[in-house]
Write a protein that binds this ligand. Sequence first.
Ligand code: SF4
Ligand code: SF4
Length: 488
Amino acid sequence: MPAASPTPSQTGSNRVARGATGEDFRDHLATADKEGRRRWLFPRQPRGLFYQARTYFSYLLLALMFAGPFIRIDGNPLLLLNIVDRKFVVLGQIFWPQDMIIFAVALLVFITGIIVFTAAYGRLWCGWACPQTVLMEMVFRKLEYWLEGDAAAQRALARAPWTVGKLSRKLLKQAIFFALSFVIGNTLLAYIIGTEALFQIVTDNPLNHLRGLLFMVLFTLVFYAIFARFREQACTFICPYGRFQSTLIDENSIVVAYDHKRGEQRGHLHRGQAPEQRRATGNGDCVDCFECVTVCPTGIDIRNGTQMECVHCTACIDACDHVMTKIGWPKGLIRYASLNGIERGEPLKLTPRLVGYTVLLLGLGVLLAGLLWTRSDVETTLLRAQGALFQQMPDGRFSNLYTLRVLNKTSHPLPIELRLESPEGELRVMGRELNVPAQQSTEASLLVELGSEVLAGGSTPVVVGVYSGDRRVEVLKTRFIGPRDDRQ
Ligand code: SF4
Ligand code: SF4
């Protein structure tokens, strides 16, 4: 269904959608008219060095994104976030709910990293690496240019009356968008449940996988809605990062910025007018051509200053550089710069805020590295068997019964051996050898036998070493209940 076709009333151009007077742009959304109706954007396809670099970088990211669920490290996926079974794999390392502390610290590192990165480099992430921008601008938008032509052709098609030709072009586009959304939705599902489970849903009887199919349809519809309909609104209204940026960015952050000192007073370029003559009339280097506005995928005018809608996609840099090159003036009227860089020519400065965040980030990074370094392959709990006290054996020694639970966090079976480290005595695993299958847990009963000479009253501390081969992977501490001194 061609749900995303704009109606003629929505077919405003970027140039119309601007708040370019500079006085009222903060009171208006570039993508809404006065009545609050959606103004559909038709950004012109950017061309230039930054766009080219972003295109190549996006190929890398897209390859990684779609291949990610299939890449295996030591038999495990590169990334798996199985919320349902509470199993997580990062870079082939399996993490369990027992590793929650590591996840909590990793989350703190991630959030602090975002703060530091944004404070220093603005929304570099949004423009270059965010999946929403990469998929929208480098996949869906490019397909749209290929199927419907550049901005002017798209606008003309939107205004044209509905004919069989227009209907079939629109339907073809929406069908391709839907198919792509299906692929993206399934990729996300593969990151959550794994490729094996996904293939089972696809190949098995659908009635056996109703929940999986429901999520498959849901994800497809969400992505279709985002890329066919919501587009830049996902960044402006939905993404919290865009909203936070105003609190994270300061006058020293690097952003995509218009050099107003050089550009103002803006004015059209008159034929044959030399730069000196132009400056003598009070005009700056901005020739008010609106090229930077027509390429903007969020419909804003960067000359109004840093705005929440700006995703730092660099399209306006390319457009303006192209204009400056054409008229023979230096490039960089719009460029990556800080406000202080433009106002006072200052380079990127380490402000106390940035230093504070960086120290915090380093501290959390060290803590995370420490937690990962000391993370054990097994998670073991040793509890005294419920209701059991101690037993005296025929040779006079005493015994306690314990229940042991071992979780094998690795992707291979793990033979486990238990050794009584202190005090001197005997430890016996009841029944069978401990061999824990990969990614599973097992339970066993074990008996600790101590002579009365090593007992320290009614409760004696006991240390048990958990060994895998010759490697001690964990140390367990518990207590041994024995008779009180007066009964010995
Ligand atoms: S203002 Fe420039 S960098 Fe920001 S979104 Fe628009 S084109 Fe991209
Ligand atoms: S592209 Fe450059 S010269 Fe043209 S309006 Fe934008 S800032 Fe001014």
